[in-house]
Design a protein around this ligand. Structure first.
Ligand code: OAD
Length: 253
């Protein structure tokens, strides 16, 4: 079913007993001034993806990778959460543990908008880890053009971001599965909402189908058609800052 983004935007009509699972992608942060990944030119913020978002790129030129992510930290640090991020944080305040947000974004804007039950399936721009030893990842805002070294083992430090060819954060993945299974067992209404994602990257691109297999209503709020669009029952086209607050508006008493 295609929903009209205008003149009247649809609402999910969420009741306090409902459960909401949300997946976000780069599109939700566009109106905060950040760019998406899949621009027409195949570049990410002006750099070839394979140079700055693969283990091979890091091995070939770690300084280039650090220069890139340092600039990204500066750009993202200067951006503000938008009305779509805020509407999700408000929905979480109403639903509590019946709300779960999985984001593919590394920008941290959901947390800055007040989201608490948020899992970053592709890591965070604001954490660093060692590429050699198993010291835990740590919060980091460093900006540098020279790859720093681990003070424990001397190996090269790297951003705690999931690059192409690497495994996603397993906690985000299992929490998604546990959430939809719990909703199924409780026989409550389960809504899956994807926002601003092209549906091109596994496993997040499989969440709509997974949720539907546990009885979820599936909604996609995106500007352009997504690769996995046929997995959604409801599609709302439009900018996230307009569509998401409307979808999540509290029901009129
Ligand atoms: P993409 O860049 O693939 O897709 C962004 C989507 O957002 C597109 O389908 C746009 O139509 C949509 N969009 C753009 N502006 C929008 C707006 N204002 N409102 C709503 N939608 C809008 O980004 P992702 O799907 O997030 O992974 O990409 C998934 C992963 O691919 C990323 O997390 C990244 C990349 O490889 C890693 O870094 C591991």
């Amino acid at each position: 079913m295609k929903e009209q983004a205008s003149p009247k935007l649809p609402s999910l009509d969420l009741q306090p007993v409902d459960r909401l699972l949300v997946l976000t992608g780069a599109g939700i942060s566009v109106e905060s001034g950040l760019r998406t990944f899949r621009g027409a030119d195949g570049l990410w913020e002006g750099e070839p993806v394979e140079a700055v978002a693969t283990p091979e790129g890091f091995e070939a030129d770690p300084d280039r990778v650090w220069t890139f992510y340092s600039r990204l930290r500066r750009v993202v640090g200067g951006a503000e959460p938008n009305q779509a991020h805020v509407a999700l944080a408000e929905a979480e305040r109403r639903l509590g543990d019946d709300f779960l947000l999985i984001t593919q974004n590394v920008d941290g804007l959901h947390q800055r908008a007040g989201s608490k039950r948020v899992y970053e399936i592709h890591g965070s721009l604001w954490r660093t880890r060692c590429s050699r030893c198993d010291r835990p990842a740590f919060t980091d805002t460093t900006e540098t053009t020279t790859a720093p070294r681990c003070d424990r083992c001397g190996g090269l430090l790297r951003p705690d971001i999931v690059w192409f060819g690497e495994a996603v954060d397993t906690e985000a993945d299992w929490r998604t599965r546990a959430f939809v299974q719990a909703a199924f067992r409780a026989q409550t209404r389960l809504v899956f909402l994807a926002v601003g994602t092209s549906g091109a990257v596994w496993p997040a691109s499989g969440f709509a189908r997974l949720a539907a297999s546990y009885g979820a209503e599936t909604w996609l709020a995106n500007l352009d058609p997504a690769d996995n669009e046929s997995d959604f029952r409801h599609i709302v086209r439009g900018p996230a800052t307009q569509v998401v607050p409307a979808l999540l508006a509290p029901p009129v008493a």
